[in-house]
Write a protein that binds this ligand. Structure first.
Ligand SMILES: [Zn+2]
Length: 458
């Protein structure tokens, strides 16, 4: 049994001082005391918060982030970005996936994310190869200490109605039978802090008849396994869905699939009132990725109405244009402020601190979406937490209740000093012990891919 001491922190919904935390060998919190005095000589850490789950990641895209900010002649939108991304994806070997994922996960840990939902569609066409690619991601998680919820993606079509896949989509494809077998092969590899779930890429990529067998397959392995889907990210997708089924994407999903608390609807950007009310009633989580959604010009999810109706949400870094939970939450709130010309929009009308509300809700929603026992510092939850540097200038003058507000809205540079996952310190003094080696390999690998792509283009 380990014991850790913190000067102050967010325990459940309350700020407490003199915190001692007992953690069992399996990483679970077994006892919390407040108002406690640390024994002489014990290390007392600074303010502690629950770590943030990152509910939506395509790890390989990190190496492409920032490289598509150039305007070619003609249209520049989500779909032209996607073509460039497919070109890049062709160069992803299992080794490259492991190297890029490892660097990404170190960056995530340093930014306060302790768990990641890997929405993994880079399977590379064959069943054997699919396993090798998933194992590369798993090794990156083991190597860095992050908790992984692996979400292999079922991808079968290029558009609604089962249109055949495009050439660039070949590495993503499985038949339904292959995919169900693949889940069975993967399952024994996931235990402890790593979980296995299932993802439907989108309504345009999965024909209706493939949903039920895939859900049966994952339920046979784990009745509580998370189920994710990209939905209603782009208006073109909404219009195509209306042409196909005379229903909007979320409307169709709620009507035809068993959407419940296991489900995470990623983006859900373009929804009308009946849809966001339906999502809130089902208890699913909306997976918002504000920096990617802004980067790709997706649109604004009606977060204000949805959250006011009790809707659950979490955040993800998706394309990894930014790896910072605070920036996701800040942009989520700022999008609503700009659209409404108002302040503290997502805070409940009875009042409260915006930053603290956003951090607590996103941590809980993200934990639900990843089926990880985290998101709150509480007995029975896992010890996934972050420690802040109270001496950072942004915290000057902040009362306890203002610490998270200052952390999210004014905390530059990153004031996170230490990060714990399942009772293990993975970041200490702002550093990961393997970061020099991991970032070195990353620079080498991504540099090589860039040179290859340049030669191809020449
Ligand atoms: Zn995505």
């Amino acid at each position: 049994m380990q014991k850790h001491y913190f000067s102050e922190g967010l325990i459940g919904a309350d700020w407490c001082t003199g915190i001692s935390l007992e953690v069992a060998p399996d990483g679970m919190i077994t006892r919390i005391e407040t108002g406690a005095e640390a024994p002489k000589g014990a290390v007392v850490h600074g303010p502690v918060l629950p770590a943030m789950p990152n509910l939506h990641s395509h790890a390989f895209q990190r190496a492409f982030a920032g490289l598509a900010e150039y305007r070619e002649a003609g249209a520049s939108d989500f779909w032209s970005w996607r073509n460039a991304m497919y070109h890049f994806a062709r160069h992803m070997t299992p080794e490259a996936v492991e190297v890029i994922s490892s660097a990404l996960y170190v960056e995530m840990l340093k930014a306060g994310y302790s768990a990641v939902g890997e929405f993994h569609y880079l399977h590379s066409a064959h069943e054997d190869h699919s396993l090798v690619m998933s194992e590369a991601v798993l090794r990156a998680a083991d190597n860095t200490g992050i908790a992984l919820t692996h979400l292999p993606v079922l991808y079968q079509a290029s558009d609604f109605g089962g249109e055949p896949p495009l050439e660039g989509q070949a590495p993503f494809i499985h038949s339904t039978d292959e995919f169900c077998r693949f889940l069975q092969i993967l399952k024994p590899r996931f235990s402890g802090r790593h979980k296995l779930g299932l993802t439907f890429h989108s309504l345009r990529a999965v024909p209706e008849e493939s949903f039920a067998p895939a859900i049966d397959a994952i339920e046979a392995l784990d009745m509580k396994a998370p189920i994710h889907i990209h939905i209603a990210e782009q208006t073109r997708e909404v219009n195509a869905c209306l042409d196909w089924a005379d229903a909007r994407p979320v409307e169709w999903l709620l009507k035809n699939q068993p959407v419940d608390e296991r489900w995470c609807l990623v983006h859900a950007t373009h929804v009308v009132e009946a849809e966001w009310r339906g999502m809130a009633e089902r208890g699913c989580v909306v997976g918002l990725c504000p920096t990617t959604e802004a980067n790709l010009g997706d649109g604004l999810f009606p977060a204000h109405e949805y959250v006011a109706a009790g809707g659950r949400f979490g955040v993800g870094s998706d394309s990894h244009i930014s790896i910072d939970a605070r920036e996701e939450l800040r942009l989520l709130e700022y999008g609503q402020r700009l659209a409404r010309q108002a302040r503290t929009v997502l805070t409940p009308t009875e009042g409260g601190h915006t930053g603290e509300f956003l951090w607590r809700q996103a941590a809980k929603g993200g934990a639900q979406a990843l089926a990880q026992p985290i998101g709150e510092l509480k007995v029975g939850k896992r010890a996934d937490l972050i420690v802040l540097d109270k001496k950072a200038p942004s915290f000057a003058g902040a009362s306890y209740a203002q610490i998270v507000d200052a952390f999210i809205f004014a905390g530059q540079p990153n004031p996170i000093t230490d990060v714990m996952v399942a009772g293990n310190w993975v970041i200490t003094g702002g550093r990961h012990e393997k970061e020099d080696e991991i970032f070195g390999r990353y620079r080498e690998t991504v540099g090589r891919i860039a040179r290859l792509m340049e030669e191809e283009g020449a």
